[in-house]
Design a protein around this ligand. Structure first.
Ligand SMILES: Cc1cc2nc3c(=O)[nH]c(=O)nc-3n(C[C@H](O)[C@H](O)[C@H](O)COP(=O)(O)O)c2cc1C
Length: 456
């Protein structure tokens, strides 16, 4: 769960309980440099950086970003340049290191597997992030938010420490474009081959699963089948069905996954979305699934990366029965529906935020008239978006997910003295946390596992 919600602490705790802990791989470079600017007081990041195979890379990152005493009052975070497709060796090394740190800490102190989740749409950091995760021994890679058809072959190449390539989606492109990453450009002394993690594609339809099983560039090891009740982003409805009275996308029978068709593919699959309740695992296994993937219940537990203030506010609101989950068809610049958690009384990054695009992870790459590449996001200032050829209507209702999600995990930017506001998300079933809490005022990842394994 991104950005940083399923961070290394949560994944580590889930793995210790004997299940698969998955770290979010989104925006790890910014997350690392912000935590370093905040001082890394407990020293966890520096401990992981010291374990990175190339000491010079770790030292360069610490020299540039670590502020031993943290930021001065009122000091905003220093930023990375906006990401582009032009190769930037220092940034690539930072991305490799950041993914290494996250997976290394998630794996520390136990022998269970750790996975990493990446968004296919956020294309530019994928290859260095995968390489860093593999250097730290990641065993599973889970990717949705797009069609990750080319990732399996990239994993094969990276396992051999060879150049890996992915197509770059460019709106209006007249020629095919690619991004590539070659570990040897950074570390010519090649080490032994790395373990090739198993690859799970996150899908919302059996048609996509079938296509991926048959036409991917290499081995797909299984699927996570995510229902539109899941937290975070959702796949849009397959058939345009308008919105319900609350303005949420309307899903219909076309959106139900044909599990029989999925079973025929002969690959394991896990069910996600609304599976966070006792009995759901057995029910999933009864229809042929290998297991379940649960997010919302873990997102608000003690080990979650969520900042303590919003996390506590959500727990209070759950106890008071005040929470509401709204599937916002417009909020995300990706164009995918995004679940927004309301009612916790946490001031929220809304559409009235003064627009400013300074992180740029969700920018769309487009071909400019001069043939070069341009980058734009419907969440950036409207005039800039329109000047880059975007349609003004596209901007309506868009929020800045990059800044909002970083604020969720306590590393929001200070802008003219004001903190960027959070944008909380959870699945439709988040209210089940109440049942799990019983009369406690907090709970752990192990409590979630116990709750899920309790007899229905
Ligand atoms: C706070 C939050 C953030 C999430 N972020 C991501 C993400 O970055 N990538 C992703 O593939 N899924 C993400 N998800 C979805 C989860 O990985 C999982 O599939 C989902 O939460 C399962 O359904 P549930 O919410 O009903 O438990 C997120 C879910 C939550 C609650």
């Amino acid at each position: 769960m991104g950005i940083g919600v399923s961070g290394w602490r949560l994944a580590n705790a889930v793995a210790r309980s004997g299940h698969l802990g998955v770290v979010s791989g989104t925006s790890l470079d910014t997350l690392l440099i912000r935590q370093l600017q905040d001082g890394d007081r407990a020293g966890h990041l520096r401990r992981a950086i010291a374990a990175f195979p190339d000491g010079a890379t770790g030292e360069a990152v610490l020299r540039r970003w670590w502020q031993p005493g943290g930021r001065a009052a009122g000091q905003p975070y220093s930023l990375l340049p906006l990401p582009t497709a032009t190769p930037d060796p220092a940034r690539e090394r930072l991305q490799v290191l950041a993914a290494f740190v996250e997976v290394w800490l998630a794996r520390e102190g136990h022998a269970s597997d750790i996975g990493i989740n990446l968004l296919t749409k956020v294309r530019l950091p994928i290859l260095p992030t995968l390489h860093g995760a593999m250097l730290a021994g990641v065993r599973w890679v889970l990717m949705g938010a797009g069609i990750p058809k080319h990732v399996p072959a990239a994993l094969d190449e990276l396992a051999g420490r060879r150049r890996a390539t992915l197509p770059l989606d460019v709106t209006g492109a007249t020629t095919a474009r690619f991004v590539s990453f070659d570990p040897a450009d950074h570390w010519p002394e090649s080490g032994p081959p790395l373990l090739r993690p198993r690859f799970l594609a996150i899908v919302a339809s059996h048609a996509l699963a079938t296509m991926l099983a048959r036409k991917s560039s290499g081995r797909v090891d299984g699927f996570v089948v995510e229902a539109p009740t899941a937290g975070g982003h959702n796949a849009p409805p397959r058939r345009e069905g308008g919105t319900n009275a609350r303005g949420e996308p309307r899903y219909g029978c076309d959106d139900e996954v044909d599990l029989e068709a999925l079973r025929r593919l002969g690959l394991p699959f896990w069910l996600a979305g609304g599976a966070g309740r006792p009995g759901a695992l057995a029910a999933a296994q009864a229809v042929g699934a290998a297991g379940i993937q649960v997010g919302s219940l873990f997102a608000f537990c003690r080990e979650s990366g969520l900042a303590e203030g919003p996390r506590r506010a959500v727990l209070d609101a759950i106890r008071a029965g005040r929470l509401d989950v709204f599937t916002d068809p417009r909020a995300s610049p990706t164009g995918y529906p995004f679940k927004v958690l309301r009612g916790a009384g946490v001031p929220e990054a809304g559409t009235d935020r003064v627009r400013c695009c300074d992180l740029g992870y969700l920018r769309e790459t487009y071909q400019r008239e001069d043939g070069g590449l341009g980058y734009r996001c419907p969440g950036e200032p409207e005039a800039a978006w329109v000047q880059k050829g975007g349609r003004r209507e596209e901007c309506a209702g868009r929020r800045c997910l990059c800044n909002g999600l970083l604020a969720n995990v306590g590393v929001g930017q200070l802008r003219d003295g004001d903190l960027e506001l959070p944008l909380l998300t959870a699945g439709d079933d988040v209210a089940r946390v109440r049942e799990l809490l019983q009369d406690r005022d907090d709970y752990s990842a192990t409590d979630v596992v116990d709750y899920l394994l309790a007899t229905a």
